[in-house]
Design a protein around this ligand. Structure first.
Ligand SMILES: Nc1ncnc2c1ncn2[C@@H]1O[C@H](COP(=O)(O)OP(=O)(O)OP(=O)(O)O)[C@@H](O)[C@H]1O
Ligand SMILES: [Mg+2]
Length: 316
């Protein structure tokens, strides 16, 4: 492995983020080429967290733009501080400055409310700009974003063009609720994050549920692999796994059995329909899968869990 990529991996690991080689490489390239990194993947696989740990590891500020339907350029870029402008007009009413002068004053930088994009551009030290869930914004906003990400400059009619002092590190995430345009994709480096392998999830659980015993952590990670073979409305992500580990510890459980799992279903499955299907269709199969894994003498691995899942017809 390239020493720089290994260094990134260690740096992220130090911030509690388990990055496989592919993720570490994408982050490294995005940082060294200063190209935005577009991350896609299912819910809860660790997309947003990449930007957060990158900022921590770099000692940079994190500036987050949360996207939603109807988000428009002004909300993302800047707004005029209307109240402050009004106040200023009041206070200068008695002055001998002309109306033009006073108008000019209130459209200066002091009266600007910087929103995330302008904020990111005007920082002295390069921040990490997280454009989270960009698929939720509409395509007009996407076009505008593309412009900003191309030039790192914005034009405010009353003030003029503001250019970035340093190019921010940019991370965009998407859950693919709609396809992003080609133009935006071309501007970015791309990373697809899969659900974690058994090994990766085990490492995450051990890191994020401190004090958990290694056996229970392996059972949790193995069970999650079985769970993700099933077709559910909302497949649990890594956040659910971590919560589950913490819940099991809070209940002082040191292994998984039917009762324990049934008691804690609400930590993993967040819809009534899924909870019902799990109880009626899957739980028995998963428990049987877990038994088979326990009967193995070798340490568990992704390959082993997959084979058990295939043999037990746990897939659908
Ligand atoms: N590789 C990892 N190492 C350590 N923790 C992780 C990793 N991936 C995810 N997590 C943890 O899982 C949780 C969910 O991650 P995150 O919020 O980044 O997911 P997401 O892909 O952005 O999900 P969503 O699509 O729902 O926004 C976080 O608490 C994060 O700390
Ligand atoms: Mg997210």
């Amino acid at each position: 492995m390239h020493p720089e990529i290994a260094r990134i991996q260690t740096m992220l690991g130090g911030e509690g983020y388990v990055a496989d080689r592919e993720i570490a490489t994408a982050i490294y390239l995005s940082m060294s080429l200063r190209k935005p990194l577009l991350i896609e993947g299912a819910a809860g696989v660790g997309k947003t967290e990449v930007a957060k740990v990158m900022a921590r590891a770099l000692g940079a500020d994190l500036i987050r733009l949360q996207c939603y339907e109807g988000l428009d350029a002004t909300t993302a870029l800047y707004e005029w501080n209307y109240q402050k402008q009004l106040l200023h007009i009041r206070l200068t009413e008695a002055s001998d400055r002309t109306v033009e002068q006073r108008e000019h004053e209130i459209f200066g930088e002091d009266f600007l409310l910087k929103r995330p994009l302008l904020e990111a551009i005007t920082r002295e030290a390069a921040p990490v700009l997280l454009v989270d869930e960009v698929d939720r914004s509409d395509s007009e906003f996407e076009a505008f974003l593309l412009e900003v990400l191309s030039d790192f400059q914005v034009t405010i009619p009353e003030i003029g063009t503001i250019r970035a002092r340093t190019t921010p590190y940019v991370v965009l995430t998407s859950n693919r609720t709609r396809e992003l345009g080609d133009a935006l994709r071309r501007r970015c480096l791309y990373l697809w994050i899969e659900y974690p392998t058994f090994e990766k999830e085990l490492q995450i659980v051990l890191g994020k549920a401190p004090g958990i015993n290694a056996d229970l952590a392996a059972q949790v990670a193995g069970f999650m692999q079985l769970v993700r073979q099933a077709k559910l409305e909302k497949t649990p992500g890594i956040a659910e796994t971590i919560d589950w580990g913490a819940a099991l510890m809070a209940l002082h459980r040191d292994h998984l059995d039917r009762e324990t799992i049934e008691e804690t279903l609400g930590v993993l499955f967040k819809s009534q329909e899924d909870a019902r299907v799990v109880r009626n269709q899957w739980l028995d199969l998963w428990l049987r899968g877990l038994e088979r894994l326990r009967a193995e003498s070798r340490p568990w691995s992704q390959a082993l869990v997959e084979r058990v899942a295939a043999e037990g017809a746990l897939r659908r």
